[in-house]
Design a protein around this ligand. Structure first.
Ligand code: SF4
Length: 362
């Protein structure tokens, strides 16, 4: 298995290093301020003919507001599809930049806004479009399959885009056709898909700053303390952690597994933001965040994405009040090319996976 390039991502906020993408924390909302801010955001959403679509990993304030105001809480593709089907002329994306871009790619006729356009993703940052294009050019015999967590320009260079819930189906199908795969960007998800399908996959070398930090030894210790707990793992996690899972799944897949397995306790190896929705759906059940670095924690994210955390109520209100610098733009020609691999996945799903809901990014 060839490795394309080293990972170069470091984060000033968490490690003290000056990195490529320091993440700004949002303005804190106090309990006293919250009701008035929520009421104002709801009023503005209505006045601006806007719908709020939030990712599972953003702050509970925004998840609750999205659900209470007729929006949705889901993964990036479902966020984009929901925004497409909703009659509102403006989609407000509470998530990270590639999610705003995906919403714009699938909804070029709509206005797409984000509370903070600097909300990045380590997978996206570690895959510059020009370097990725050169990598693809060097391997013209391979079908290019990219994960949803990539820029519009990288998607535009791909043959297929996949989410984590459909990746193994599509790669398995391509493998059965005798195709060799060029996979990007997440090395752990790629490794998982490779082991499940047996496909010939050449990997880009990038990882999610959140999932890369889950530790199998500490997870073993935590399991010993909670012998009845089931372990739910997102496949962006390292192999040793995946091997300890009772269920491996995408964001929506993890929530569905918790509903299906019927345990009283779960250890969850993905961004801790998802636990808010799990508690809402399964009251009385205990959810424990999987350990990142144990007692000697040196983790950069500690199971919370620093960029998802940039989304907050103040930023949302500023966005809805029309402050400049919140609108997502995608070059129309790039957007058109990036749309093709997304639609290829959706068409595949209609035929091979009729229950597919599009779920499965980080
Ligand atoms: S949790 Fe990981 S994959 Fe998701 S946006 Fe953050 S860095 Fe990217």
């Amino acid at each position: 298995m060839a490795i394309a390039r080293p990972i170069q991502i470091r984060f000033e906020r968490y490690s003290g290093d000056v990195g490529l993408a320091p993440a700004k924390p949002p303005r804190i909302v106090t309990a006293e301020e919250r009701p008035a801010l929520v009421a104002k955001a709801k009023r503005l959403l209505k006045e601006r003919d806007a719908v709020l679509v939030a990712h599972y990993y953003v702050h509970p304030d925004l998840q609750d507001l999205a659900q209470a105001s007729g929006g949705t809480v889901s993964d990036s593709l479902e966020m984009a599809r929901f925004g497409h089907e909703h009659p509102a002329k403006t989609i407000v994306v509470a998530g990270v930049r590639f999610m705003g871009e995906t919403a714009k790619i699938l909804n070029p006729e709509k206005r797409v806004l984000m509370p903070d356009l600097d909300a990045e993703c380590s997978l996206d940052l570690a895959t510059p479009a020009d370097e990725f294009a050169a990598f693809c050019d060097a391997h013209p015999d391979r079908v290019v399959v990219v994960y949803a967590n990539t820029s519009a320009a990288v998607k535009a260079r791909a043959d297929w885009m996949v989410t984590s819930s459909i990746a193994e189906k599509i790669v398995g199908w391509l493998h059965a056709q005798g195709k060799k795969i060029l996979w990007a960007p997440d090395k752990h998800l790629g490794d998982y898909v490779q082991r499940v399908t047996g496909a010939d996959m050449l990997m880009w070398n990038a990882s999610c700053v959140v999932h890369d930090e889950f530790k199998s030894i500490q997870l073993e210790e935590l399991k010993a303390l909670h012998p009845g707990a089931k372990v739910l793992v997102h496949p962006e996690s390292p192999r040793a952690v995946i091997e300890m899972a009772d269920a491996v799944g995408s964001t929506t897949g993890i929530i569905m597994a918790a509903e299906r397995l019927g345990a009283k306790e779960y250890i969850v190896a993905t961004d801790g933001g998802i636990i808010h929705q799990m508690r809402k759906r399964l009251p009385g059940v205990t959810f424990i965040e999987a350990p990142t670095a144990g007692k000697g924690a040196t983790c950069q994210s500690c199971a919370h994405c620093p960029w998802m955390a940039m989304n907050g109520l103040y930023g949302l209100i500023e966005t809805l009040e029309g402050a400049p610098g919140h609108e997502v733009f995608v070059d129309p020609e790039v957007g058109l090319r990036a749309r093709a691999p997304i639609e290829r996945m959706l068409d595949f799903a209609k035929v091979h996976l009729p229950t597919f809901q599009g779920s499965g990014d980080a």
